[in-house]
Design a protein around this ligand. Structure first.
Ligand SMILES: Cc1ncc(COP(=O)(O)O)c(C=O)c1O
Length: 355
């Protein structure tokens, strides 16, 4: 192989890649913010109709418009302002590739969504990362102070892994005062109190990125979308995202899923009430610092019990995410809110260990 290829590969591999979470077979899977409250039957139903409506001998062309129409109805935003991608990951990646460079500074939080941060590292895009305070909150004044030096503002709202959101008026004010490109990632938006999707109608520099992975429980489908001004959307879809960004099965399943929003909203309500139950229960243990969340997961610092808690859960087939150090918190763990049954197993295992 030519030496420049070797060098390129070496440089890329030195950046490091994604580390898959440990796979524990048949586990109570609470490590990836997936949604098991949405019943398996939902998938079976949408997939069987999607299958009937699909002819995968053909490239997926016309039906993407129908999918965008369904998303438009769901978010109450005109079709001309909606674009789609292979998961919101791909949408974020394309925005970074084409709107950022080594010379553009991105203002964000620390921690922020891991994939976003890693992509910035891959493309050598500098970050101005505002750390969370010890109570896992962000100081809006710090963002305002750094706004002038940044070209792009990226916030996942709610934030992964803390579950934090600014209040709606706080975030709206920050966005209005920012003159560069604003990306608000609402992957967990349906579990929070508000969405800023409608703000894109009056704010030309705002892109709100959303997904069917979390609230609809369709992470494996890889269906993300965004809401932004008409010109950005048109360019994104016609220049960056052609010709076939989504598979036929994804398009047809998405159309079906968006006809069943009641089921999604009911699941989100249950997740919110279970989130409160888990948070309240974990707060009873002196060994933990537990942080309030607006998403479908909860972050807690298990301090000295960090490794013991993680291993004891793993031994019982309960898989949560090990995060370790976040600021001054050294033993951070993140647990996804699952079904009532999954959550009870998690809480019981903690009680057996520490109670
Ligand atoms: C904040 C945030 N944004 C985006 C994503 C990616 O979502 P998708 O499955 O649509 O690529 C995730 C997934 O964990 C996330 O936590």
């Amino acid at each position: 192989m030519s030496s420049w290829i070797d060098k390129k590969i070496e440089k890329l591999s030195s950046i490091g890649g994604y580390t898959k979470p440990e796979l524990i077979s048949d586990s109570v899977k609470l490590d990836s913010n997936e949604n098991y409250v949405i019943p398996k039957q939902f998938q079976n139903d949408i997939l069987s109709i999607a299958r009937k409506n699909s002819d995968i001998r053909e490239y997926p062309l016309g039906r993407i418009d129908e999918l965008i129409k369904m998303i438009s109805k769901f978010v109450k935003i005109p079709v001309s302002m909606i674009g789609v991608g292979n998961g919101s990951d791909q949408i974020l990646d394309l925005i970074l590739l084409h709107f950022a460079s080594k010379k553009t500074k991105i203002l964000t939080s620390k921690p922020t969504f891991g994939f976003f941060e890693e992509r910035c590292k891959l493309y050598s895009i500098p970050l101005i990362a505002i750390p969370f305070s010890d109570d896992m909150k962000l100081d809006i004044a710090e963002f305002k102070k750094n706004s002038k030096s940044a070209d792009i503002l990226y916030l996942d709202s709610p934030n992964n892994p803390t579950g934090f959101t600014f209040t709606k008026p706080q975030l709206q004010k920050l966005i209005k005062s920012f003159s560069g490109l604003v990306i608000i990632d609402e992957a967990y938006g349906e579990f929070a109190n508000y969405s800023l999707a409608s703000m894109t109608k009056s704010c030309d520099n705002l892109i709100v990125v959303r997904t069917l992975s979390k609230s609809f429980g369709l992470a494996g489908l890889r269906l993300g979308y965004f809401v932004a001004n008409k010109k950005f959307t048109e360019t994104f879809m016609n220049v960056l995202q052609y010709p076939y960004p989504l598979s036929t099965i994804t398009i047809e399943s998405g159309i079906m899923a968006l006809q069943k929003t009641d089921l999604m909203y009911n699941a989100a309500e249950l997740i919110k009430s279970e989130r409160k139950r888990i948070t309240d229960s974990l707060k009873k243990f002196d060994a933990f610092d537990v942080f309030d969340s607006q998403a479908n997961f909860i972050l807690f610092d298990a301090h000295g019990s960090y490794k013991r808690v993680y291993s004891a859960l793993a031994e019982q087939g309960i898989s949560i995410r090990k995060l370790g150090k976040i600021g001054n918190h050294l033993g951070c763990l993140r647990v996804t809110v699952g079904t009532k049954e999954m959550n009870s197993k998690f809480l019981l295992a903690i009680r057996d260990l520490l109670g």
